[in-house]
Design a protein around this ligand. Structure first.
Ligand SMILES: Cc1ncc(C[n+]2csc(CCOP(=O)(O)OP(=O)(O)O)c2C)c(N)n1
Ligand SMILES: [Mg+2]
Length: 329
């Protein structure tokens, strides 16, 4: 491995590091499998993979408590797995099968789990931002102490509705954490070509919303920042912005020719900043586990992912009558 940055010492336990490793690896292997199934024609439509960004959701989920909510964009499989949704149900939905979270009728961008407080999965860029504030409004109204993680991208951060939402969220002190997953690109447009000021965590200043930038390739840094944001919201101090600087290794979606960046740029991130390798290094360096222990985890995760693909392939397509259910007009 090329030059590895050093991480400041933390008091994180070996068990916690191993859990981070496991959770991030599940997302990566799941997404790789989804990419394969897409290539085989078993997944149709759009499919946006989360590979490279795993530390963002895993770090923030470690800062969340039972009952907290999450809502995100179309790049959503990682969020579902990180909050504990069943890989079988997610993979079956990707392949449009009856056993999927939306009975095979929603696909990659339209899955929900009330049980895990996951509110989608939204294909319209930025649309989930006001919805996230709405979820937080409901919690504030009920006085239940819950917070909502509202995830969106660097591209979405340039949308008008985001600022209408910031205004209302600040005005009403809503317990919402706006998580900007800055992966440096919005489809084929690099952030520097679309965004007047690179530090998007300062965008809340006009509304009195505090914000901070976080290294999104370091799961420990993400968890730390997440805990600060959660504490702020739970104290009733209103919204908080986390701009998590990350990187997606794959194209925008499975149909992206990726002509807007060099292979070397991607390779450099993979070799020098990979979040899973980082944790692997911390585990080995701290002697929390051996290479063989980690191999056993890799094997276990591979089995879970393979089982999800088998479950999906064996699940039938939705019955024709299902066309007439879950319709609200
Ligand atoms: C309102 C709207 N405009 C445009 C699109 C097309 N579109 C889909 S994703 C995307 C880029 C969003 O990039 P970003 O917010 O950075 O998220 P990322 O894909 O990087 O996770 C665009 C323009 C859309 N889905 N909705
Ligand atoms: Mg982006």
């Amino acid at each position: 491995m090329a030059a590895r940055r050093t991480t400041k010492k933390t008091n994180v336990s070996g068990d916690e590091l191993k859990q981070f490793y496991r959770d991030m690896l599940l997302i990566r292997r799941f997404e790789e499998k989804a990419g394969q199934l897409y290539g085989m024609g078993l997944i149709g439509g759009f499919c946006h993979l989360y590979i490279g960004q795993e530390a963002v959701v895993v770090g923030l989920e470690a800062a969340a408590e039972e009952g907290d909510k999450r809502i995100t964009s179309y790049r959503d499989h990682g969020h579902m797995l990180a909050c504990g949704m069943d890989p079988n149900g997610v993979m079956a939905e990707l392949t449009g099968r009856e056993g999927g979270y939306s009975k095979g009728k929603g696909g990659s961008m339209h899955m929900f789990s009330k049980e895990k407080h996951f509110y989608g999965g939204h294909g319209i860029v930025g649309a989930q931002v006001p919805l996230g504030a709405g979820l937080a409004f409901a919690d504030k109204y009920k006085g239940n102490g819950r917070v909502t993680f509202t995830y969106f991208g660097d591209g979405a951060a340039n949308q008008g509705q985001v600022y209408e939402t910031f205004n209302m969220a600040a005005l009403w002190d809503l317990p919402v954490i706006f998580v900007i997953e800055n992966n440096q690109y919005a489809m084929g447009t690099a952030q520097k070509r679309s965004t007047s000021t690179p530090d998007i965590h300062t965008r809340g200043e006009a509304f009195g919303i505090p914000g901070e930038a976080v290294d999104g390739m370091d799961v420990l840094a993400v968890k730390d920042a997440g805990e600060r944001a959660v504490a702020h919201c739970r104290k009733g101090k209103g919204p908080y912005i986390l701009e998590v600087k990350t990187y997606r290794y794959r194209g925008h979606s499975m149909s992206d020719p990726a002509k807007y960046r060099t292979r070397e740029e991607v390779q450099k991130m993979r070799e020098e900043r990979d979040a899973i390798e980082h944790v692997r290094h911390l585990i080995l360096e701290g002697k929390h586990a051996s290479e063989d222990d980690l191999k056993a985890i890799d094997k276990e995760i591979k089995a879970v992912v393979n089982a999800s693909a088998d479950f999906a392939k064996e699940s039938p397509l939705p019955a024709a009558e299902e066309l007439w259910t879950d319709i609200y007009a």
